[in-house]
Write a protein that binds this ligand. Structure first.
Ligand code: GDP
Length: 446
């Protein structure tokens, strides 16, 4: 998502590069290009107008004319205005002061509510909470079962009407779930409600009835970011019909143009609280407007990357490998190499990781063609080596290479390549250990 918008904005800024002073014509042209870029990304027209107006006004002010680097100042302004339309500060969950915190999910069928309920439960569990999931979606035949399956995946209990009692009443189920939570000392209750394929009054009424019955601390409106402008219309309809405190965007991993994500907070006046970006239960996090803006501007998203890396990497393993590397003694072995591959894999798909690094936008095509199977191949090859070979790859001669290739189902050439690459990497690392880290890539574009 946002790839085209990122590219277009980068082109716009490229045209300003090196200009010591910006003329009125420069500012007009830039504003026009930003406007087109946003409209093409499917951002709602009123939001585009407001955004471009604000950028233009600030571009004409002293803030830019007095800046040492006016072009860079424009990027900074666009970044700040993006943060503003995305909702400003990160909106965090508000917990109840007494009793369980009740979170109710509302949205259309297929928005990703049931999946999201489980993701949210896992996220809360990781923070030491003891959530319970509630199946109040009794419309869709399979919804209760789906929630139970998802709850099982994340190890969170599901409260659902007893089977065999016919179709239960979602309002009583929701009400009963709060009692259950109190009894069993669950501190967060996540209520999944029914969705329809389109906005309809009966659906709204049911959601409003559940809301009135359980008085949630947070009502979250869940919306599929892939449905473009419709997301904004649906958001408005739910705001009028049910009301909610914050928005959850799902399917941000899709390749839609992203305009919905950019418009929804401005149009509804409600912040985006969470974002869901994949089918895995861990593809979910708080939505940070500032990080999203810098990702759109391809300034990377180092904070998210660092946080994910911290979560994924086994600190002990990593520091052991780092120690070996930095000691420069050359005892970094293929075992360590494989361990690092495994750690890397935990970070999720390579493409996702790389997308968060600054300045990677220009490599997007290569990244998208990145073959994750390459890591599998490397792991297979190393697994087929004896411990002695992994410790001391120098002993891997021709006949050993043939054996390893056979054992790993690869070609001798693959083994050769891996061994060569390992030695090259080790040499480079030793040089780095002596001479310090190579410079970080600079800011893109300017
Ligand atoms: P509900 O009808 O609102 O409960 O929606 P579901 O939770 O059943 O989700 C509908 C479909 O969207 C399912 O196939 C999910 O696997 C998929 N889905 C949900 N969230 C995401 C996401 O963030 N990314 C992707 N790619 N798919 C998702």
């Amino acid at each position: 998502m946002f790839a085209t918008l990122s590219d277009r904005l980068a082109d716009t800024f490229k045209n300003l590069r090196g200009k010591g002073r910006l003329s009125e014509a420069d500012i007009d042209a830039t504003a026009r290009e930003i406007r087109i870029a946003l409209l093409e990304a499917d951002v709602a027209l009123p939001v585009v107008k407001e955004f471009v107006g604000a950028v233009k006004e600030r571009a004409r002010s002293e803030e830019v004319s007095q800046a040492l680097n006016p072009a860079q100042q424009i990027v900074k302004i666009v970044n700040e205005e993006l943060v503003t339309i995305l909702g400003g500060e990160t909106r965090r969950l508000r917990y109840a002061k007494t009793g369980p915190t009740v979170i109710m999910l509302a949205g259309l069928q297929g928005a990703g509510k049931t999946t999201l309920a489980a993701k949210l439960a896992l996220w809360l569990k990781e923070q030491g909470k003891t959530p319970i999931l509630v199946a109040a979606d009794l419309q869709r035949p399979n919804a209760v079962n789906q929630l139970q399956v998802n709850g099982g995946r994340v190890g969170v209990p599901v409260f659902a009407p007893e089977p065999g009692n016919g179709v239960g009443d979602p309002v009583s189920v929701a009400r009963a779930s709060i009692e259950e939570a109190k009894r069993k000392l669950h501190d967060v209750v996540i209520i999944d409600t029914a969705g329809r394929l389109g906005v309809d009054t009966e659906l709204m009424k049911q959601a409003a009835d559940i809301r009135d019955a359980v008085q949630p601390d947070e009502v979250l409106f869940v919306v599929d970011a892939m449905i473009g402008q419709d997301a904004v219309n649906t958001a408005q309809a739910f705001l009028d019909g049910v009301g909610y405190d914050a928005v959850v965007l799902t399917k941000l991993d899709g390749d839609a143009r992203g305009g919905a994500a950019l418009s929804i907070a401005s149009v509804t006046g409600k912040p985006v609280m969470f974002a869901s970006n994949g089918e895995k239960m861990t593809d979910f996090d708080l939505f940070h407007p500032d990080r999203m803006a810098s990702r759109i501007l391809d300034m990377g998203d180092m904070l998210t990357l660092i946080e994910q890396a911290e979560k994924a990497f086994d600190a002990d393993q990593t520091s052991k490998a780092a120690e070996k590397l930095l000691s420069g003694k050359g005892d970094f072995t293929l075992e360590d190499f494989m361990e690092q591959m495994k750690q890397l894999r935990k970070l999720g798909s390579m493409t996702k990781i790389m997308g968060m690094l600054p300045g990677m936008g220009q490599y997007r095509d290569q990244l998208e063609n990145f073959d994750e199977r390459e890591i599998d191949r490397i792991q297979a090859i190393i697994s087929s080596m004896t411990p002695a070979e992994r410790q001391n790859p120098k002993i891997i001669d021709g006949s050993r290479r043939a054996r390893i290739a056979k054992g790993s189902g690869t070609k001798v050439n693959d083994v050769n390549q891996l061994v060569d690459r390992f030695f090259e990497a080790r040499k480079m690392m030793q040089q780095m250990a002596k001479g310090g880290m190579p410079g970080m890539p600079g800011m893109p574009g300017l």
